[in-house]
Design a protein around this ligand. Structure first.
Ligand code: 8YV
Length: 324
């Protein structure tokens, strides 16, 4: 079976595939233009995909040989799951292995924004240390404040747990379902969306992105948030309207924002949001640890190997393909 991997992944994953007797193809150069990427896909039976290439109806029609896709990501918003299922193509993903790393980044952004760390670091880099001033560079403390989690799954749980343990924060959440583990272990309280945005001191997004939630966090939401609140997005940039977020920060409707994902993504140095001292932006590094990336390589390869043996992918975004 021929497997195409569009970018080099940690060696552990490639080794697993080769030891399973699979024929692995890696591109000759990075960042393939779309047409070249498509040609590689057309010659493969299965794809291990890094990044957010679109797998939609057009793709499936152009690549009839592709029988399975293992994503090197937990998110699958770039895949038309309905279409894949219709074509009986299992879509693997990589949950769990990146929950710690991604929630670490949410936690890091929260603290960074609370203490204006990136702004102050920039001052030092600019040679502008400044005199000690009792009224200057004042951040805020997080101890005992309220964390609101939008989407309390595995990553949201880990973020909530860190906030509870480190700062004794009160946890509220809004989700499709109740999360009993979080209610029992973290004393988390289920609230409505309106309560979530009105009561959170820190609001952190950890949900799977679906198109009907595009721009869910927009002007009408930011105006209902507390003026001292911090908005954190490590999930998908599509959740927030970035122009509205910028306006909310400039007009001090909210206190700050920490983003590991942007809308659009990427952004460049002329983006006005980067000029704000109340913002910390990272370039989508949520899962960028040695541990998480090795774990993702292992899980994605396990998915491909299971498929090659005619078995169910252990982590599958559309398990309905396995029902008769
Ligand atoms: C990946 C991510 O780095 O897993 C996800 O959903 O956003 C990141 O961990 C990215 O998707 C690259 O494949």
């Amino acid at each position: 079976m021929k497997v195409f991997i569009n970018k080099r992944i940690p060696e552990i994953g490639i080794k697993m595939l080769e030891e399973a007797g699979l024929e692995v193809t890696l591109p000759t150069h990075d960042n393939l233009p779309h047409e070249e990427w498509l040609k590689y896909c057309q010659n493969a039976d299965a794809i291990l995909n890094v990044g957010h290439n679109k797998f939609d109806r057009e793709f499936f029609e152009q690549c009839p040989n592709v029988k399975a896709i293992a994503l090197y990501s937990v998110g699958f918003d770039h895949v038309d799951i309905k279409e894949a299922t219709l074509k009986n193509i299992p879509i693997g993903n990589t949950p769990d292995v990146l929950s710690r790393a991604t929630s670490d980044v949410a936690f890091l952004l929260m603290q960074s924004v609370a203490r204006r760390a990136s702004f102050n670091f920039q001052k030092v880099k600019d040679g502008n240390w400044g005199d000690f001033d009792p009224l200057h560079a004042l951040g805020q403390e997080l101890y005992g404040k309220t964390l609101g989690v939008f989407g309390l799954g595995r990553i949201g749980f880990e973020m909530a747990e860190k906030c509870k343990k480190a700062f004794n924060m009160k946890i509220i959440y809004h989700n499709r379902h109740h999360n009993e583990e979080a209610e029992n272990e973290l004393d988390a309280t289920y609230v409505s969306f309106e309560e979530l945005i009105g009561q959170s001191d820190v609001l952190s997004i950890h949900a799977n992105f679906v198109p009907d939630q595009k721009d869910l966090f927009n002007a009408s939401v930011f105006e209902k948030m507390k003026p001292d609140s911090i908005f954190i997005n490590t999930a998908r940039g599509g959740f927030h309207n970035q122009k509205d977020l910028y306006e909310a920060l400039v007009s001090k409707q909210i206190w700050g924002a920490g983003l590991d994902v942007t809308n659009p993504e990427p952004i460049f140095k002329d983006d006005p949001i980067l000029e704000l001292s109340s913002v910390c932006v990272l370039p989508h590094i949520g899962s960028a640890t040695i541990e998480a990336r090795n774990g993702m390589a292992k899980v994605a390869s396990e998915n491909i190997i299971a498929f090659s043996k005619g078995e169910k992918m252990p982590n599958c975004a559309n398990p309905e393909v396995y029902k008769d």
